[in-house]
Design a protein around this ligand. Structure first.
Ligand code: BGC
Length: 382
């Protein structure tokens, strides 16, 4: 049976669970203001703050550095909370070695081949940080910037508005890009992300969020038993550098078919050439719905052990499913345990990787006078 957040809370209350189990839910539902504390100091002396939000049974901690979701806690089927995202305790770890844990990604989520594209006849060379390619905005992407954070309460919602202005030419991208990302926790405990950006010169933009999920709890081991469904009949195969070849290939009859929910581990070792290249899943799924005016449900992740579920809705045309292939046991997370390959996974709503070099992919061009707007909603349940 699918239960929503309100049913769980009501059920836990009826079962006589201590109020602390669902601590703060009642107040938060009335839109309590987010709380700010000092998290750490960067090498250059910049202070990084951490904001704590709670609403509808979901607890979120967000850093001003990278707009990073450091922790996100949700209850299991018995009302027991766990932090379900990978992260660090220490700002120095984020600055030195984070594989984008929980971060906002910009200006361009995923890869641009050789870090090059041409727009309106002008060639641009971007910062290259992944072999020959530019990944997640280059060496100093939005994940490594300090954002201005403005808390808000609006009706029963609580949230943060994060602002960052990227200078013309930063990381090689044209145009001054003024970006606002709004994180909202709704009274049902949904986490909603609204991205907005404007430019003063024609440019390309593809913003996303790089949360690593483990619905059994961060640091609890592999996510291979999580069940995933993705509403996509096609995906974009990649070359050896993980740049799309341009083909939109059918998932039918391949390990890439997630149209019906299946455990991630089921076909993970099928040896498909595309999986061998990426060391697992690290691909863009072409969402059947395409670009939509409003967010539509496109993927469900479920942990059978805890019962926790995550549903994702977006207006975007693509979803990068990355099965944590490059986690190698060298990073220690917030719970004091190391992350090994496949201990967390990412579901990044996006335009397709390398779109500026593939005319038949949906366009990522933003022009002066236009506003880039996109929304992704995460709904939690059991
Ligand atoms: C990419 C992976 C990359 C990872 C970085 C993902 O979005 O698809 O290829 O290794 O980010 O941690």
């Amino acid at each position: 049976m699918e239960l929503n957040r309100r049913t769980v809370i009501a059920g836990a209350a009826a079962a006589g669970l201590a109020a602390t189990t669902l601590g703060g839910t009642a107040q938060a539902a009335q839109g309590r203001k987010p709380v700010k504390e000092l998290f750490g100091t960067l090498a250059d002396g910049t202070k990084v703050y951490r904001w704590s939000l709670e609403n509808g049974g979901t607890r979120l901690k967000v850093l001003s550095y990278g707009g990073i979701v450091q922790t996100l806690e949700i209850p299991d089927r018995h009302g027991r909370y766990a932090n379900v995202v990978a992260g660090f305790d220490d700002i120095a770890d984020y600055a030195a070695k984070s594989p984008y844990f929980g971060a906002l990604i910009g200006r361009y989520g995923n890869r641009i081949g050789k870090g090059r594209f041409t727009l309106d006849g002008t060639p641009y060379q971007l910062s290259v940080n992944d072999g020959d390619n530019s990944l997640h905005g280059g060496t100093q992407g939005f994940d490594k910037r300090v954002w201005d954070v403005e808390p808000f309460t609006r009706g029963s919602d609580v949230g943060l508005r994060l602002h960052y202005t990227s200078a013309d030419g930063e990381m090689g991208y044209p145009g001054t890009l003024r970006t606002t990302v709004t994180y909202t926790l709704t009274r049902h405990g949904d986490w909603r992300i609204d991205y907005a950006a404007t430019t003063d010169k024609a440019t390309v933009v593809n913003l996303t969020s790089h949360v690593y999920w483990n619905l059994a709890g961060e640091g609890s081991g592999t996510v291979e038993d999580h069940e995933l469904s993705i509403a996509a009949a096609r995906y974009t195969p990649t070359d050896a550098g993980l740049i799309p070849t341009g083909e939109l290939a059918a998932v039918a009859g391949t390990p890439f078919d997630f149209r019906r929910a299946k455990p991630i581990g089921r076909d993970l070792r099928a040896g498909h050439e595309q999986q061998v290249r990426a060391k697992g899943y690290d691909h863009n799924w072409v969402l059947d719905k395409g670009i939509t005016a409003r967010p539509e449900h496109i993927a469900t992740l479920r942990d059978p052990r805890s019962g926790r579920t995550l549903k994702i809705a977006t207006d975007q045309p693509g979803l990068q499913f990355y099965s944590g292939n490059f986690l190698d046991g060298t990073l220690t997370g917030t719970g004091g345990r190391t992350y090994r390959q496949g201990d967390a996974l990412c579901l990044e709503t996006q335009h397709f990787p390398d779109s500026p070099n593939h005319a038949h992919f949906p366009s990522t061009v933003l022009r002066p006078g236009q506003t880039y707007r996109t929304t992704t909603i995460h709904t939690f349940g059991v």
